[in-house]
Design a protein around this ligand. Structure first.
Ligand SMILES: [Zn+2]
Length: 165
């Protein structure tokens, strides 16, 4: 244990709270805490060394692993076929894409027509896709009226033109 100082706070076993709590060092003997005051129950007690202080049994509360997505397993062998990301391209769930900023990611969902949810190694992103497609339908084309605008189509007779004989 590192050398302690009076009024320093250390994490130690509290026999009253029956758990590891922050304790204020009240008295020292030979540089080791001889009396502690628990900041949980405010009782003073001598240092105890029950099970909680053993090295091989770390406090379970501090080893909470982050909720990890095993992207490497999902992408195993597929990074080479990653399609470059473009908002104009259309993707489907389970596609592997390569984003210029976020790197390789897996399309996990397409919650809306032009939105995809992508899991990258460092981020989970909602991205646009398929942006080019709505512009394609014939809505934008002006109506054509060939019967009005093309009076001299080749297959029509030309009544006012006479051939010389
Ligand atoms: Zn206590």
């Amino acid at each position: 244990m590192a050398a302690a100082k009076v009024s320093e706070e250390i994490e130690a076993w509290c026999p009253t709270c029956k758990t590891t709590k922050w304790q204020i060092v009240v008295a020292l003997v030979d540089g080791k805490p001889a009396k502690l005051e628990c900041i949980g129950c405010h009782r003073q007690h001598g240092p105890r060394r029950p099970r909680a202080e053993r090295r091989e049994a770390p406090a379970p509360s501090r080893a909470a692993p982050p909720p990890a997505v095993d992207l490497d397993a999902l992408l195993a062998g597929r990074e080479g076929s990653a399609r470059p990301y473009s908002p104009r391209t259309t993707y489907a769930p389970n596609d592997v894409i390569r984003h210029p900023s976020f790197g390789v990611g897996l399309v996990v969902a397409a919650p809306a027509p032009q939105r995809i949810e992508v899991q990258f190694r460092t981020a989970h992103k909602m991205l646009a896709h398929g942006q080019d497609e709505p512009a394609r339908p014939q809505l934008s084309r002006p109506p054509r009226r060939p019967e009005v605008e093309a009076p001299d189509a080749d297959d029509e007779p030309r009544p006012f033109t006479r051939r010389r004989t």
